[in-house]
Write a protein of this length. Structure first.
Length: 602
């Protein structure tokens, strides 16, 4: 295999290879899971032979996807539609690594398959492909906030009770059914009722369902339920037009819910050090409505703090869609070509980040710990077109350093802010790359592990969602990535940031995928997904020493494995010996009663 160079090429880092590595390598888009069952993808993607590339299986290639147009700077404005009950979760369209020829024909990898209800559009690098009907599986978004780790927010799939008529009013309200009401849902261990008797038949050694809450009503077309925030007091959750909060120990409503006049369209997946978050919601219900209304919330008290409206920028810089990130006390609101920073405690505007230099337009931000990273598109449409990465002083916006990216490469994701680890894509070369950087922005290393990796990345319909990936963790010296899940029992690979090489591997203790959640006390905490009749697991893996075998922290009950399997786009967290899982999208279905959030513990 040809290894990437140790130093970045002239004109920016990224080290694209003129020829892809030989052999299997980082491989291609993952095959959507086969119909039926809850297991992970179990049919490897049949690669298309690349000219002159040895080591490629001789099986017939899959059907060609529709031809895709060139990737625009901002994908077309399309509102994703919800999956129907029983559908699988989006599959990551390819493992990550240094530039590698995808094994799927076409510049975008495998095209989305029918079944999810999402618009059939070109598959963008770093986005998630869809899975066919008949498949239900948890997709993970890590909801933990740990120093020196990338903080990623997330969600889960919940369904409401029906009105018996097959239609649902597009409003957020409590159900009349006490078994399905978000405010009347039971607590299994906090003195409340458990009408579904979820702990019945619990086996020796299995954890308990501590409590659970069902979802609020949503339109028949479904609605987003982004993020989940865990504090010492509450587990809070956004869903459609409301934010809910429940006691972490007993699941009883802690405050609210807080309602909004229109649907929630963005949230800070991170929370501030004093447990503040900001929610963005639409300013109307029509096609021209903008995601420009901001509301700060104190998670521990439910108090609504400051509110405001995001102003539009220039001609092509509207607030139709925004993304929010938090670094220290700084809230960064990103539009399509600029950003505005606010004090998250007071709402005071701190500064704007707009066009600079060689026609460079800020395109996206990533925040966490005490670092704020800005990614800009420069000289678009010219021979000098390229991306730039900058670190900003969160309080003032002053540029600390600038690192240009080699022409043809785009910063698609940020796996970690501190240390800075970025995932890049090259549409023309059909390649991708993971690069790491020092504190002062100098190129540090590239991942050089010949492996297919499988972190899960969400959709980025209107903008670059830099922190939209889950199942990836980094500390000061090591990046922890899960291998792809086509073989079910995958591994977590510890990769040294100094040289990009594998340090050790830990295999999943079950025939189900395992994903890293956070590092805690010298151990990596990971989640093992449930199977047909066995609940998921929370395990720990020593990060030092010679032994890196898993030790079980929690075994979720087999009686709720099916429920655990149905969470869509699930956000998970491990805090104080409790495991939390919640949904990322409300289905709007009247036929099933899915959960909004569940907590497990011993």
């Amino acid at each position: 295999m040809t290894q990437p160079p140790n130093q970045p090429p002239q004109g920016g880092f990224g080290a694209p290879q003129d020829q892809p590595p030989q052999g299997g390598g980082f491989g291609a888009p993952q095959t959507p899971p086969a119909q039926g069952g809850f297991g992970p993808p179990n049919v490897p993607q049949t690669p298309a032979a690349a000219p002159g590339a040895p080591g490629v299986p001789s099986a017939p290639p899959p059907a060609q996807p529709p031809a895709a147009p060139p990737m625009p700077p901002v994908p077309p404005a399309q509102q994703p539609q919800p999956p129907q009950p029983g559908y699988g979760y989006p599959q990551q369209p390819g493992p990550y690594g240094y530039p590698q020829q995808p094994q799927q024909p076409g510049p975008y990898g495998a095209a989305p398959q029918p079944g999810y209800g999402y618009p059939q559009q070109p598959q963008y690098p770093g986005a998630a492909a869809t899975a066919p009907a008949g498949k239900r599986k948890t997709a993970l978004i890590i909801g933990a906030s740990v120093a020196a780790l990338l903080v990623i927010g997330g969600t889960v799939y919940a369904v409401t009770s029906g009105d018996g008529g097959g239609k649902k009013k597009p409003v957020a309200q409590q159900s009349d059914d006490p078994k399905h009401s978000a405010s009347a849902s039971p607590s299994a261990s906090g003195g409340g009722d458990d009408p579904e008797n979820l702990n019945a038949g619990r086996k020796a050694g299995e954890a308990k369902v501590l409590w659970y809450q069902s979802a609020p009503d949503a339109p028949a077309s479904g609605a987003d339920a982004p993020s989940m925030w865990i504090t010492d007091k509450v587990a809070a959750k956004a869903a459609y037009k409301q934010v809910f909060a429940y006691g972490v120990g007993d699941g009883r409503p802690a405050w609210g819910p807080i309602g909004f006049p229109q649907k929630i369209c963005a949230v800070t997946s991170q929370k501030s050090a004093d447990d503040k978050v900001v929610v963005a919601y639409m300013n109307g219900a029509g096609d021209g409505a903008k995601c420009n209304q901001l509301q700060q919330i104190d998670l521990n008290t439910g108090q609504k703090g400051w509110s405001g409206q995001v102003a539009d920028g220039g001609l092509f810089d509207s607030a139709l869609n925004v993304s929010l990130s938090v670094t220290g006390r700084t809230l960064m609101v990103a539009r399509s070509e600029s950003g505005t920073a606010y004090d998250i405690d007071t709402g005071k505007k701190l500064y704007d980040k707009t066009k600079y230099g060689q026609a460079c337009f800020p395109a996206a931000y990533a925040g966490g710990t005490n670092r704020l990273v800005q990614v800009s598109s420069c000289a678009s449409g010219t021979s000098s077109e390229h991306d730039e990465i900058q670190e900003l002083d969160p309080a003032t916006g002053k540029v600390r350093w600038t690192q240009p990216v080699k022409k043809g490469w785009q910063v698609s994701r940020v796996f970690s802010v501190d240390p800075l680890v970025v995932y890049l894509t090259n549409e023309d070369k059909k390649a991708w790359n993971i690069s790491t950087f020092t504190k002062d922005g100098r190129f540090r290393s590239e991942v050089k592990v010949d492996e297919k990796f499988g972190p899960r990345c969400g959709w980025a319909i209107l903008e670059r969602d830099l922190q939209g990936c889950q199942g990836v963790v980094a500390d000061a010296d090591t990046l922890y990535l899960p291998t792809d899940t086509t073989s079910s029992a995958n591994e977590i690979v510890a990769i040294g940031l100094a040289d990009g090489k594998a340090k050790w591997r830990a295999k999943s203790p079950a025939d189900e995928p395992m994903y890293p959640m956070k590092e805690d006390g010298g151990k990596l905490v990971a989640y093992v997904q449930p199977s047909y009749g066995t609940g998921g697991q929370v395990v720990s893996i020593p990060v030092t020493g010679s032994s890196h075998t898993t030790a079980k922290l929690l075994q979720n009950p087999s009686g709720t494995a099916e429920i655990e399997n149905t969470f869509y786009d699930g956000v998970i967290d491990w805090a104080d010996g409790r495991f939390f899982i919640s949904t990322g999208r409300l289905s709007g279905s009247d036929q099933t009663k899915e959960k909004l959030i569940m907590a497990f513990g011993n």
